[in-house]
Design a protein around this ligand. Structure first.
Ligand SMILES: *Cc1c(COP(=O)(O)O)cnc(C)c1O
Length: 417
C-alpha cells in the first residue's frame, strides 16, 4: 500500500544520452567517470554542452553584442579557462574571485567587479589589475579614486545603477526600490560626472535588474527600460558610455512546468531596440552578463546510493552527497517552495520507474537534506549512482561544504578535446 503521492521533477535538459543504460557525460559513461574521479560525489561539466550553449546564444543575439560570464555561477578553474575562449568579459564579485581569474590567466581589462561591500584591500587589488569597478555607492567611488591616486593608476570606473524598475517574474530581484546594489538612478548621473571630472577612465553603466527569469517579454521590457535609462543618465553625465552592461536575468528551467527561454524573441527584440537607440549611445558597446544561463544545464551532480531504507511505508534512498554540495537541489537556496530538480539513476538511465515514488535524501543529519521528494526512479540499490541535473551553476561553490564535515565533492570538466 502506498500513501505517497508522486511529485513532479523538472525535465532533464536536452542533449543527455545513454549507452546500454548508462548516462553519458562528454562521451563517457557516468560509472567510468566516477572511477576516474576515484570517489563520489562529483560534479561533471560537459565542455561540448558549454560550447554549444554559447554558440546558440550568440547566433540568436544581435551581432556584436558582448557576452560576459558572471563567475560566481561556477568558478571551477578549468571551466573558467574554457569560458575564457568563449566569452568577451567576466564579472567578479570578490578579491578571491579576482585571484582565481588571474590564476586562470584572464586579463584585467576583460574583468569587471560588482558587489556592494568592496573593501579597500579588494579595490586596491582590482585597481592594480586594471579591472573595471562597477561602483555601488558614492562612498565606494571616493575610496576608489583616492586609492588609485595613491597608487598612481588611472582607475577604470563604471557606475552600477539601481534602476527604478525591476525584472518582472524574476527569481531574485536585484533592482527597483531600496536596494544594497547600485546607486539610485536619480543620483547616478551626478556620480558619473564627478568621477569623470576626477580623471577616471570612464567605462560606462551597469544595470542588473534581476535573475532567473523565463519570461522573454519581461527581459525585453527591462532591456528597453535600461537603454532609455542609460541614455538619460549619459546626458546627465555629459559623456557617452563606452560600455552599457545590460545585466542578464536569463533563466533556466529547473522545475516541472518551466519552459526554456525564448532566445529568438529576445534576440530579435534587442536588435530592434539597439537599432533605434538614442544618439548618445551610438558608439557604445552593449553586453549581457550571464551566470546560470551559460553553465547550469551542462553540469550533473553524481552521488552514490549508500542505503535504501524503509520507514512507515515510504522508501528512502540515502546517498553519499547532499545539500553540503548541492544546496539548490534541496530547495534551500533562494526558493520559497521546495520542488524537485530533474533526477535519474545514472546507471539505469533508461529503466522504467518503480511503482512507488521514493525520497532521495542526502547524508546530512538534518531534515533539510532532501535531493528528491516523492520522485519516480527505477528500483534503486546500494551502489547505484543518482544523477541530479541542472548542477552546473550555484552548486559546489554555493553550498555549505564545511557543514557537518563531510568530504568535498570532486569536480571534472569532460569532453574538452
Ligand atoms: C549573480 C549575478 C549575475 C549572475 O546571475 P545569474 O542568475 O546566474 O545569471 C550577474 N550579474 C550580477 C551583478 C550578479 O550579482
Amino acid at each position: 500500500m502506498t500513501i505517497l503521492k508522486l511529485k513532479p521533477t523538472g525535465s532533464i535538459p536536452p542533449g543527455f544520452e545513454s549507452e546500454e543504460g548508462m548516462l553519458l557525460l562528454g562521451g563517457q559513461g557516468a560509472a567510468a567517470l566516477v572511477d576516474e574521479a576515484g570517489e563520489t560525489p562529483l560534479f561533471v561539466y560537459d565542455a561540448q554542452m558549454l560550447r554549444r550553449r554559447v554558440a546558440d546564444l550568440r547566433s540568436a543575439m544581435p551581432a556584436g553584442l558582448h557576452l560576459h560570464y558572471a563567475m560566481k555561477a561556477n568558478p571551477f578553474p578549468p571551466l573558467l579557462a574554457l569560458m575564457e575562449e568563449l566569452v568577451d568579459g567576466f564579472d567578479i564579485a570578490s578579491a578571491g574571485e579576482l585571484a582565481v581569474a588571474q590564476e586562470t590567466g584572464l586579463e584585467g581589462s576583460r574583468i569587471s567587479f560588482a558587489g556592494p561591500g568592496k573593501t579597500d584591500r579588494e579595490l586596491t587589488a582590482a585597481l592594480d589589475a586594471g579591472v573595471t569597478i562597477n561602483l555601488e555607492s558614492e562612498g565606494e567611488a571616493e575610496r576608489a579614486l583616492s586609492i588609485a591616486a595613491g597608487r598612481n593608476v588611472r582607475p577604470r570606473l563604471a557606475v552600477r545603477v539601481n534602476p527604478d524598475f525591476e525584472l518582472k517574474g524574476s527569481g531574485m530581484r536585484m533592482g527597483g526600490g531600496a536596494r544594497p546594489f547600485g546607486v539610485d538612478a536619480d543620483r547616478a548621473g551626478a556620480l558619473a560626472r564627478r568621477i569623470i571630472s576626477a580623471g577616471a577612465d570612464w567605462r560606462g553603466w551597469h544595470v542588473f535588474a534581476g535573475s532567473q527569469s523565463l519570461d522573454a517579454g519581461a527581459i525585453l521590457s527591462a532591456q528597453a527600460e535600461t537603454i532609455e535609462l542609460v541614455a538619460r543618465l549619459s546626458d546627465e553625465a555629459g559623456a557617452p558610455p563606452p560600455l552599457v552592461n545590460l545585466g542578464g536575468g536569463f533563466g533556466v528551467p529547473y522545475f516541472s512546468g518551466d519552459q526554456p527561454l525564448d532566445l529568438t524573441m529576445i534576440g530579435n527584440g534587442l536588435a530592434d531596440l539597439l537599432a533605434a537607440r538614442p544618439a548618445i549611445l551610438a558608439e557604445s558597446r552593449f553586453a549581457l552578463e550571464l551566470g546560470r544561463f551559460l553553465v547550469a544545464e551542462a553540469g550533473v551532480y553524481l552521488t552514490r546510493v549508500v542505503e535504501v531504507k524503509q520507514s512507515r511505508g515510504e522508501t528512502f534512498v540515502v546517498v553519499d552527497g547532499g545539500l553540503h554540495h548541492q544546496l539548490a537541489a534541496s530547495g534551500n537556496f533562494g526558493t520559497v517552495v521546495r520542488r524537485n530538480y530533474p533526477i535519474a539513476l545514472a546507471n539505469r538511465f533508461s529503466a522504467a520507474p518503480a511503482a512507488d515514488p521514493v525520497h532521495v535524501v542526502g547524508c546530512l543529519c538534518t531534515p533539510l537534506d532532501r535531493l528528491g521528494e516523492a520522485v519516480a526512479l527505477p528500483p534503486a540499490a546500494r551502489g547505484d549512482i543518482v544523477a541530479i541535473f541542472m548542477a552546473g551553476a550555484y552548486g559546489a561553490s554555493a553550498s555549505p561544504s564545511a557543514f557537518l564535515g563531510h568530504f568535498p565533492a570532486t569536480e571534472l570538466l569532460v569532453g574538452n578535446d
